[in-house]
Design a protein around this ligand. Structure first.
Ligand code: 5GP
Ligand code: MN
Length: 336
C-alpha cells in the first residue's frame, strides 16, 4: 500500500493516467470519476476517462461528458491506454468484475491502482485506497480526499462541484436516505457555494423523461407489479418484450424499483428485468433488512444493505420463481 505522502509525491510530476468506474455508471459513478478526471487534468496529468458501457442520457449534460471514452467503442485503443497508464484510478467500485469487459485489461495492467469507493468488501487490487462503506456516495469520499488528503480545497471548481453534487444527490435519493448525515448536507452546501446549481441538476437528472418512459412506468405499475403482503415484499418482473414495446433504453428503468418500496408496509422490493445478455435484479429494502445478502448469496451480486443487485443466466420466470422461493427463509426479518 502507498502512503498519502508517496501518492502526493507521485502526483507531483505529470503522469499518464486512466480513470474508470463501474459498468452502466450511475450518477455517483459518473460524478465521482468525472470530478477526479477534471482534478487530475487540472494538475497537468494526461488523463483518459474510460467507462465500460453506455449510461443514461439524463447524464449527457455533465461537465466533460464529451471527453468520456466508452470502452467497447474502441477496445484496441482503450486497451493500449490502459496498458500504458502509470496509474489507474478506480471510482465507485472495489471489485474488478464490476467493470465487465474491461476487467482483464485493468487487472493485467502494470499501472498503480488507486481506489475511491464506498461498497462493502474490497477485492484488494489497489495500492492506495480512500474507502469507507459508511459514506453516502463515492462523491463524498472524493470531496474528502481532495480537501483532507490532498489539502486542495481550492481545486474544487464549479465543474467539479457540479459532478460531486450529482453523485451525492443521486446516491442519497435527493438527500432522503439514512446515509444523509449532517456532514453530507455540509458538503452539499459547500458544493453549492462553489458553483453547483442544485435546482438545475435536479431538473436535468429527474425531469428529463421521454413520453415512452412515463408510459412504461404506468404500464409497469398497472401490469407488472406483484405484491406479496405476507412477506412484506413487492416486485416487478419485466420481459424483453415489455422493454421493446416502450423502446426502453439505458436509464429508463432507473428508480422504478422505488415505487414498489413506496407501498406502506413493504420492506423488500425487487425489479427483475430480462436484459439482452442476462436477467438483472435490483433490490431495495428499508430498515435493517440486508438485501445485499440476497444479491450475494443467490444472484452473483451484492451491494449495500438497502440497495443491492445481482444477475442470473436463467430465464426470467425461473429467476422470479427463485426470488420468491427465498422469501420464507427471511420471514422473521421481513416482519420486523
Ligand atoms: P442498481 O439496482 O441501481 O443497479 O444497483 C444498486 C446497488 O447494488 C449498486 O450501487 C451496487 O452497489 C449494487 N449492485 C447492483 N448490481 C450488482 C452486481 O451485479 N454485483 C454487485 N456486487 N453489486 C451490485
Ligand atoms: Mn455510489
Amino acid at each position: 500500500m502507498l502512503t498519502q505522502e508517496v501518492l502526493k509525491h507521485q502526483l507531483a510530476a505529470p503522469k499518464h493516467i486512466v480513470v474508470t468506474t463501474h459498468h452502466k455508471p450511475d450518477g455517483d459513478a459518473l460524478g465521482s470519476s468525472l470530478a477526479i478526471y477534471l482534478w487530475l487534468k487540472a494538475k497537468g496529468h494526461t488523463v483518459h476517462l474510460i467507462v465500460p458501457s453506455d449510461f443514461p442520457a439524463f447524464f449527457d449534460w455533465m461537465p466533460a461528458r464529451e471527453e468520456i471514452r466508452i470502452y467497447t467503442a474502441d477496445i484496441q485503443a482503450n486497451d493500449t491506454l490502459i496498458a500504458d497508464a502509470e496509474m489507474i484510478w478506480c471510482l465507485d467500485f472495489n471489485n474488478l468484475s464490476r467493470i465487465h469487459a474491461m476487467e482483464n485489461a485493468v487487472r493485467n495492467a502494470p499501472g498503480a491502482k488507486v481506489m475511491i469507493d464506498h461498497h462493502l468488501e474490497p477485492e484488494g487490487f489497489d495500492v492506495f485506497r480512500h474507502w469507507d462503506s459508511n459514506a453516502a456516495a463515492s462523491a463524498q469520499l472524493v470531496y474528502d480526499f481532495l480537501v483532507n488528503v490532498m489539502d486542495d480545497h481550492s481545486a474544487i471548481t464549479a465543474e467539479i462541484a457540479t459532478c460531486l453534487y450529482t453523485g451525492l444527490m443521486t446516491d442519497t435519493g435527493s438527500f432522503r436516505f439514512q446515509t444523509t448525515t449532517p456532514e453530507v448536507h455540509l458538503i452539499a452546501a459547500d458544493l453549492i457555494r462553489r458553483g453547483a446549481r442544485n435546482w438545475e441538476i435536479q431538473e436535468l437528472v429527474y425531469n428529463s423523461s421521454s413520453e415512452n418512459r412515463l408510459k412504461f412506468l404506468g404500464f409497469c405499475l398497472l401490469n407488472r407489479l406483484e405484491v406479496l403482503p405476507e412477506y412484506h415484499t413487492a416486485l416487478f418482473s419485466i420481459s424483453r418484450q415489455d422493454l421493446n414495446r416502450f423502446h426502453i433504453t439505458t436509464g429508463d428503468t432507473e428508480g422504478l424499483v422505488n415505487y414498489a418500496l413506496s407501498i406502506s408496509g413493504i420492506k423488500l422490493a425487487a425489479l427483475i428485468i430480462d436484459r439482452t445478455d442476462q436477467v438483472k435484479l435490483s433490490l431495495r429494502s428499508v430498515g435493517t433488512f440486508p438485501c445485499n445478502e440476497i444479491g450475494k448469496k443467490y444472484f452473483n451480486g451484492g451491494g449495500h444493505r438497502n440497495a443491492a443487485g445481482g444477475n442470473s443466466n436463467e430465464p426470467l420466470d425461473k429467476v422470479v420463481e427463485k426470488f420468491k422461493s427465498i422469501l420464507p427463509a427471511y420471514n422473521e426479518l421481513l416482519k420486523q
